[in-house]
Design a protein around this ligand. Structure first.
Ligand SMILES: [NH3+]CCCOc1cc(-c2cn[nH]c2)ccc1C(=O)Nc1ccccc1
Length: 336
């Protein structure tokens, strides 16, 4: 296997393919130095064709977006023919499959997931990004059933901030906002809020609010803003969904209002926190373990790690930190 991916030899032990979408293949792998599992997204440059800029967009975004509900990027490798992105492993798969397996979620369970989705989206908006492809296939579950947002290939960081308009029509039709599919200019944050309304509906109902095999009739349904309200939806759930699925983006609820919404606070009584739980200071135990392994002083190791080059050292630091956050020993497997 590694002969096919010589660049990974000695650094990662590749295992089975765990996902593939279009131009990318995602494989389970073990990070050799820590023994931690990772997901490696492998993209062939030739197969990417015009989609090559999407990879650059995704890499640049994921380097900036370190948060507990965003799939963590650990390392980037580029060769003549390929890109590799070493990512946080989410063993419980897509939220999409979880919803299908349960038909639909009850309000309490939907609320736990939706708070995590709001946390991730509020964070990327705060950092000046719009995701633009929010859907259950792009929300993965880690071993503690926490959601991790993936696929920033279509995200946008409008120049001059989130108040500036976007033009590209993109994302998955069933989750796309009316203003986005009507070819008008739109605000990324407002389009993401619509997609989150479709997501919440899918969590609570187990099917989509707007659906049709033919794209033109799907678009008409979206632009009508009319959808079925099943009798199992509580009045509070229906009100929140209606506030998000407002055809006029100016009447649509904002992320700031959503964070404090009574439906989201029910049973929690605290707003959705979206600040990153990742500390900006370096963890001493991880630095010490790496310094010993590489035969450097702690100061030298702090300088090297602080460059955040997203090479094997960056991955080793983050994965040691993951071990620590999961209460495992902060130890590298191979001692010098
Ligand atoms: N719908 C998800 C299919 C698997 O894709 C991934 C899985 C993981 C993953 C799995 N475990 N941990 C992380 C991390 C990233 C991706 C991903 O970005 N896939 C993708 C996105 C756009 C185009 C092509 C592929």
């Amino acid at each position: 296997m590694s002969s096919q991916y010589p660049e990974l030899k000695g650094f990662y032990h590749l295992r089975e393919t765990i996902g593939s979408g279009g131009f990318a293949k995602v494989k389970l792998a073990y990070h050799a130095l820590t023994g931690e599992k990772v997901a490696i997204k492998i993209m062939d440059k030739r197969a990417l064709g015009d989609d090559l800029p999407r990879v650059k967009t995704e890499i640049a975004a994921m380097k900036e977006l370190c948060q507990q509900h965003i799939c963590k990027l650990f390392q980037v490798l580029e060769t003549e023919t390929r890109f590799y992105m070493v990512l946080e492993y989410c063993p419980e798969g897509e939220l999409f499959d979880y919803i299908v397996s349960k038909d639909r979620l009850d309000e309490a369970e939907a609320r736990i997931f939706f708070r995590q989705i709001v946390s991730a989206v509020a964070f990327i908006h705060y950092k000046g990004y719009a995701h633009r492809d929010l859907k259950p296939e792009n929300l993965l579950l880690d071993e503690e059933q926490n959601l991790k947002l993936i696929d920033f290939g279509l995200c946008a960081k409008p120049k001059g901030g989130m108040e500036n308009h976007l033009f590209t029509c993109c994302g998955s039709p069933a989750y796309a906002a009316p203003e986005l599919i009507s070819g008008k200019q739109y605000l990324g944050a407002e389009a993401d809020l619509w997609s989150m309304g479709v997501l919440l509906y899918a969590l609570l109902c187990g099917y989509l609010p707007f659906d049709d095999e033919k794209i033109p009739s799907l678009y008409r349904k979206i632009q009508s803003g009319k959808y079925d309200v099943p009798d199992w939806l509580s009045p509070e759930s229906s009100i929140l969904i209606a506030q998000m699925l407002q055809v006029d983006p100016k009447r649509r609820i904002s992320i700031q209002q959503l964070i404090n919404h009574p439906w989201l606070r029910k049973g929690f009584n605290i707003p959705c926190e979206f600040e990153s739980k990742y500390k900006s200071t370096l963890d001493e135990d991880c630095i010490t373990e790496l310094a010993v392994h590489y035969g450097k002083t702690r100061t030298e190791m702090e300088e090297d790690v602080s460059k955040w080059t997203y090479d094997y050292l960056t991955a080793s630091y983050f994965l040691l930190l993951e071990k620590k956050m999961k209460g495992r020993p902060v130890r590298l497997l191979q001692r010098p």
